[in-house]
Design a protein around this ligand. Structure first.
Ligand SMILES: [Zn+2]
Length: 182
């Protein structure tokens, strides 16, 4: 699997609301072999409206085949046979950050959580800890081209440090002083 590039979003209202929801769930297996922690759907119903500044659509998690609010533990493509005794076990987690990532044409908003027991479970199946590349904190500055509410700092060997618009259809970027980035 490709390492997803994720960007932190600073929306304290969401972290605050999430910290009042139940921080435990039960392991379950979906029809397409996704092992996930089934968590309270309130996570989506309560938190989604708080993303109103970010032009989001409700995720398609509530159809017949869908699993609702969840934390993925093991992806189907990781190809593990899960022991029955691991299913239905309860795991606790704590909320860390709100991030977003772009996969294809879609932007996904994700709550990052800490869950030592889920990590333990992945290790038991000889799977690596979930890895992701985190971008620098976004800058609270609207994009001058498309008015997206934030910009992010992107550092590449080729172009140095730039302030870029994270909104996919937009191509705004502007070189940046390292000092400014700190
Ligand atoms: Zn833009």
């Amino acid at each position: 699997m490709k390492t997803p590039i994720i960007t932190k979003l600073h929306v304290p209202a969401i972290i605050n609301a999430a910290s009042h929801l139940k921080q435990k769930g039960q392991l379950a297996m979906s029809k397409n072999n996704l092992l996930y922690l089934d968590i309270d759907d309130t996570y989506i119903h309560k938190l989604f409206p708080l993303l109103h500044d970010y032009q989001v659509k409700m995720p398609d998690y509530f159809g017949e085949k869908s699993v609702g609010a969840h934390i993925t533990a093991i992806y189907p493509e990781e190809g593990r046979d899960i022991n029955k005794e691991d299913l239905s076990i309860e795991h606790n987690f704590s909320i860390k950050n709100l991030v977003f990532t772009e996969i294809g044409p879609k932007t996904y908003y994700i709550l990052l959580v800490d869950s030592p027991s889920l990590l333990q479970l992945r290790r038991k199946y000889s799977l690596p800890d979930c890895k992701y590349a985190i971008w620098n904190e976004p800058v609270a500055q609207a994009c001058p081209t498309c008015a997206w509410p934030i910009l992010t700092i992107k550092i590449t060997k080729k172009r140095g440090t730039e302030l870029v618009c994270p909104h996919k259809p937009c191509t705004f970027s502007k070189p940046m002083d390292i000092k400014e980035a700190e």
